[in-house]
Each structure stands twice: as C-alpha cells, then as structure tokens.
Design a protein around this ligand. Structure first.
Ligand SMILES: NC(=O)C1=CN([C@@H]2O[C@H](COP(=O)(O)OP(=O)(O)OC[C@H]3O[C@@H](n4cnc5c(N)ncnc54)[C@H](OP(=O)(O)O)[C@@H]3O)[C@@H](O)[C@H]2O)C=CC1
Ligand SMILES: N[C@@H](CC(=O)OP(=O)(O)O)C(=O)O
Length: 344
C-alpha cells in the first residue's frame, strides 16, 4: 500500500514539481496539500499558479488546500514533503515532527543542525540514522531529514567520487539558473543581457553543507570533512540547470582519465529516483550544457565534463537540474530512502 504523503508549500515552484514527481509514484500517494492562509480553503487549481510543463493532475486539482498546521493534516498521513520559505519552515516543521510526522524537507532551515541528517542518498545514506540521535534529543515521535541546497547537490557527488584521492581544497564557481530564485525572484530587467555575481547566503551554503555531507557518522556523532571549500556564486539567464566550474586539489595525484573513470563508476542506488549512472561523464570539451543536459536521468543525474589538469589541481564542469535533482527530486529520493530504511 502506498504511503500517504502531504506537501507543505504545495502551491510554490518546488511544491508543483513535488506534485509532478509524486503523482505517478507507486510508493507515495498525495493526501494533503498545504500553503499560506491566503490559499487555505481553495481548490488547488484556484490556489496555485501552475507553471510546470505538464497539466495539473485531475485528482490534485480538486483537492482543498489547507493552512500549514499539523492539525489540518489527516492523521493517516505518515510522510510530509516540505518546500516552504525557510523562515516559515523553521517555525512550522518542528511541530509536524513533534506530532509524529516524518518530514523530508527541502527548506534550508536546520540543515546544519548537529542532529538533522542532511542527505544525498548516493553519497551519505548512512547519515539518515542520525534520526535516532535526533529523536533522543528532541523527544520527537516523527523525524526530520533535509536535502542540501541545489548548487551543493550539483558538485558534491563528483567530490564523493574523488574522495579516495584525499580531498584537500576545492574551488567552485556557479552559473545558476533563474528558477533557483523562484518565479518572482529575479526580474527580467535584472537578468536579461546580464549576469549577477551574488546570490545571498549561497556561497556559505556550498562551503558548509559540502563538508557535512562528506563527513562521517559513527552512530552517535557526525564529524564534518576537513576539506577547504571556497565558492563563488553567479546568477545567469538560463531557466533551469545549475552549471558549475570546479577545481580540486587532492593528496594523491589524480589524472583526468582516472577522475573520469571514478565518476563514471560511482555507484547509484537501487531506489526509484536514483539514476543509473548517477554521474554522466562527457568527453566532449563543451559539455555539459544546461539546455542539453539538465534532463539526463529524468532530471536526477549529475553531468560532468571538461576534465583536465590545471595549476590548481583537477579541473572540470558539472551540472544538475536545480528544481528536480536540486530540490523536489532530492526530497522524493530522501522519502524513498526513509521508506527503504524502515522509518515509514
Ligand atoms: N525554486 C527553486 O528552484 C528552489 C527552491 N528551494 C527552496 O524551496 C523552498 C520553496 O521555494 P519555492 O517553491 O521556489 O517558493 P515559492 O515562493 O514558489 O513557494 C512558497 C510556498 O510556501 C507557501 N508559503 C509562503 N508563506 C507561507 C506561510 N507563511 N505559511 C505557510 N505557507 C507559506 C506558499 O503558499 P502561497 O501560494 O499560499 O503563498 C507556497 O506554497 C524555499 O525554501 C526555497 O529556498 C530550494 C531549491 C531550489
Ligand atoms: N538559492 C538557490 C535556491 C534555493 O532556494 O536554495 P536553498 O534551498 O538553499 O534555499 C538558487 O538561487 O538557485
């Protein structure tokens, strides 16, 4: 029987992607949709400005949106996907966990808390058991797992593939699509014919979340990886797909050929939303490109290319679909991992 799932922030850009991914999902059934007070009480079709590239599923269109409050969500819902603005997530998500719901959240609040697992399943699935520590410390019957920021998700799997060479220093420069800022986030007058070399709080997220993801969990505590990461984040006028330029210094020498093999051979998982291969490596020097490569693996693959030696170590480019692998798809994949690990 499918797990009954609710979506917090269901009318938003990521909420809509969640509906698109969950509607055909055999393991989950959409059973509750929440948004702000302004949307509460409306049919979903009236409440949401639907902008995803497939029609609103009929049964979802007719569902009534409720306020984002645990008391408004049926008790037989077990799993909550959350895509709220982080300030709202910080306020309401803990209440859902207290009330026994298991929450897979895309919002940035709490990602760096010591007892909150921050998970990319193909990279650090074992961190999920931090939930036991979390339950002891917070007294929750439910649980919380977070997926990282979309730009973090794009480059960390490539670092995980290179970890055996000993990661020492990483420089990453991003070229991020406008959808990452949400539909109303960047105006056309700001971004057309332009690039903006600043995205608030983004650099810090790449630098800290990557070290947590690559850290080690001993069953009680999580230690962060010691690699130095320096990020520079830029907004460019693409719609979807974050492209990143990466330079990696390793303790042991890694040739571009060896790095390419390590990325190609990096394991995916036997979960529905985990693509095989996880990392699609191009040997053409002009790939990956956002328009051509963001839908690889149904938007869940990481694309890499341009591997070469540089004075600053191994250099390459990588790309991922920011609202699928970087947001909604990441939360769904964490839901699949929760199910596989008996948390649902
Ligand atoms: N867009 C993207 O590509 C990415 C976004 N994210 C993160 O995901 C989250 C959602 O982003 P996005 O979907 O773009 O945001 P949107 O602004 O498109 O959607 C926000 C959602 O939250 C609801 N909401 C807003 N305020 C409240 C409130 N006070 N109480 C309850 N619900 C509220 C909105 O409801 P209503 O319609 O009623 O206002 C809407 O459903 C954010 O934390 C964002 O940083 C992460 C990665 C990528
Ligand atoms: N800041 C990201 C999207 C985002 O919302 O990130 P986060 O999940 O860390 O809030 C971007 O602009 O592309």
């Amino acid at each position: 029987m499918a797990v009954r799932a609710g979506i917090l922030g269901a009318t938003g850009a990521v909420g809509q992607r969640l509906i698109q991914l969950l509607e055909p999902h055999p393991a989950f059934e959409i059973a509750a949709l929440t948004a702000s007070e302004a949307s509460a009480g409306k049919d979903y079709r009236q409440a949401a400005k639907w902008r995803v590239d497939s029609p609103i599923p009929d049964d979802v269109a007719d569902m009534t949106v409720t306020a984002t409050d645990p008391d408004e969500v049926p008790d037989d819902v077990d799993l909550i996907f959350s895509s709220l603005p982080s300030s709202v997530g910080a306020e309401v998500e803990p209440g859902f966990c207290e009330d026994g719901y298991v929450v897979s959240s895309n919002s940035s609040n709490g990602r760096m808390d010591d007892d909150i697992p921050l998970v990319i399943p193909e990279v650090n699935a074992d961190h999920l058991d931090l939930i036991e520590v979390q339950r002891d410390e917070r007294g929750w019957d439910g649980a919380m797992v977070k997926n990282p920021n979309c730009s973090t998700i794009t480059f960390v799997p490539t670092l995980a593939a290179l970890a055996e060479y000993g990661l020492e220093k990483v420089h990453v420069a991003t070229l991020q699509a406008v959808s990452g800022a949400g539909y109303d986030g960047v105006s056309s007058m700001e971004i057309i014919d332009n690039a903006i070399p600043y995205i608030g709080s983004e650099e810090d997220k790449l630098e800290t979340e990557s070290r947590k993801l690559l850290g080690e969990f001993d069953g009680a505590e999580l230690s962060h990886n010691s690699v130095d990461v320096s990020a520079s984040c830029n907004r460019i006028p693409t719609i979807d797909g974050h492209l990143e330029n990466v330079w990696v210094e390793t303790a042991d020498e890694v040739t571009p050929e060896a790095a390419m093999a390590a990325m190609e051979d990096y394991d995916s998982l036997d979960l529905r939303s985990s693509p095989d291969p996880l990392i699609h490596v191009f040997d053409q020097p002009d790939r990956p490109q956002p328009r051509m490569d963001r839908t690889l693996g149904d938007g869940m693959a990481i694309a890499a290319g341009g591997l070469q030696q540089s004075p600053f170590g191994l250099q390459y480019n990588c790309l991922a679909h920011n609202t699928i692998r970087g947001a909604a798809g990441a939360s769904v994949l964490n839901g699949e991992l929760l199910l596989e690990n008996g948390y649902l």
